[in-house]
Design a protein around this ligand. Structure first.
Ligand code: MG
Length: 451
């Protein structure tokens, strides 16, 4: 298969005004408009470069004969939901968690999922190589404005839960001045929660914190959680396909622990397969098994998780849920994409059922020790060949890079999808075993151990 040249695992991204320009998004609009017919939805996050880039995408779509509905500023999962319900494709102008100067485009298929690899390669060929034919004056598309449609998305999330499930629960929401300003506070209020907000005004300069919801950037959120006596702090990345949480003390909940908490909640009610990338902690597998669910591993990337979920359902295998351990969870009853608003609402359902505090719930999870490292300046495929030979007698999984599975430990070594480096993850129930395993891998690839 030809490699993707412009698009990474989550669309095309770059610095606005340098590599991400209206000229590029115009050609994306033209290419998409020539591949898809009908009515295309366009949305964006709060970035300052959004209006210029969205206008150019729309121009390309209209000039190739597609009708366009501009849904305004909304989360990526909200646009995905609207595309699934009403449109023939979508284009979301966002750079997700990247810093304010970045922007990008995610292309959405009619079923609401992000465009897969093969179609993306076709799209890129049209962007880079081909002259796209424009339609004549009487076949040009029409443009509609529909910023009210986002309400359908918040309705859809709220309808997944019993009325008043959040009664008596105080939460603090930090949308980071991004797209969730319009959705998550409303969703949680409608579930019955008392909602306090911070960074909840849309602002593409991101004055409160960067779009990546990092523990450092969420310190003010943590202070507000403590001072309001809230049960939970909730934060999103710039386009709100992810949600991360702070406990009642303002302490950041590690991503696999978040995934584990939600696995406990979902797998209790829904039996089936939990689908997740090979980079996910065994914590989630352990909890899935405890609740009578099994697991299926995919390559790293939410699109692979979503597609594997659909394939399982198509063959008649029930799916419990899926997701990536970075706060991006996918609920099949709602839609097949990562959804931060839905994840936030699911945490409220957990709090409504459990009697303990969030920190109690986290403390009750099985403990694993995780080492994550990056290795630069090596040839990834040579490294993986070496490791395949070195660990040939063990249980090897080649879904993405190489995963070595042992009784209680595992290691994943894979080339990064976004940067020129190799990622190494090692996990064991205890620190000593994890470090010994890590050292063993480093020795085999001729690297000195950094840990
Ligand atoms: Mg995102």
């Amino acid at each position: 298969m030809t490699e993707k040249r412009l698009f990474g695992t989550n669309g095309v991204r770059g610095i606005a005004g340098a590599d991400m320009t209206p000229a590029l998004t115009l050609s994306i609009g033209l290419a998409l408009g020539s591949m898809r017919t009908g009515h295309i939805a366009v949305g964006r996050d709060t970035r300052t470069s959004g209006p210029a880039l969205a206008s150019a995408v729309k121009a390309g779509l209209l000039a190739t004969g597609c009708d366009v509905t501009d849904c305004g500023i909304l989360p990526t999962p909200a646009l995905q939901y609207l595309v699934k319900e009403h449109f023939d494709a979508g284009a979301m102008i966002t750079a997700s968690h990247n810093p304010p100067e970045y922007n990008g485009v995610k292309v959405i298929e009619p079923d609401g999922t992000e465009m897969g690899d093969e179609e993306t390669i076709r799209l890129e060929a049209k962007i880079l190589d081909e002259k796209v034919p424009l339609v004549t004056w009487n076949a040009t598309g029409r443009e509609y404005q529909a910023t009210h449609l986002v309400r359908e998305y918040t309705d859809a999330v709220v309808e997944q839960f019993p009325a008043g499930i959040g009664d008596g629960i105080t939460v603090v929401v930090d949308p980071g001045c991004g797209a969730a300003c319009a959705t998550t506070p409303e969703i949680l209020t409608r579930l019955g929660c008392r909602v306090v907000t911070i960074n909840s005004q849309m602002d593409g300069t991101f004055p409160g914190r960067l779009p990546e919801p990092s523990p450092e950037g969420l310190r003010p959120l943590g202070e507000l959680v403590r001072s309001t006596g809230a049960a939970l702090g909730i934060a999103h990345d710039g386009d709100a396909d992810r949600a991360v949480f702070l406990d009642e003390n303002g302490t950041f909940i590690e991503e696999n622990q978040e995934f584990g908490l939600i696995a406990g909640q979902v797998c209790r009610a829904r039996k089936g397969t939990v689908v997740m990338p090979v980079s996910t902690s065994r914590l989630v597998e352990t909890i899935a098994h405890q609740n009578g669910c099994d697991v299926r591993y995919t390559p790293v990337g939410s699109i692979y998780v979503a597609r594997a979920m659909r394939a399982l359902e198509a063959e008649g295998t029930p799916v419990a849920f899926g997701g990536e351990g970075n706060g991006g969870l996918i609920y099949p009853d709602h839609q097949y994409c990562r959804d931060g608003g839905m994840t936030a609402a699911m945490m409220i359902a957990i709090l409504a059922r459990e009697h303990g505090t969030v920190s109690d719930l986290v403390a009750a999870l099985p403990m694993f020790h995780l080492i994550k490292e990056k290795i630069r300046g090596t040839d990834p495929s040579a490294m993986i060949t070496t490791l395949s030979a070195a660990f040939a007698g063990e249980s090897i999984d080649r879904t993405d890079g190489i995963r070595i599975n042992r009784e209680e430990s595992w290691a994943l070594i894979r080339p990064s999808g976004t940067e020129p480096l190799v990622r190494v993850i090692v996990e064991s129930p205890d620190k000593k075993t994890a470090h010994a395993f890590f050292d063993e891998i480093m020795k085999n690839i001729g690297q000195s151990s950094k840990k």
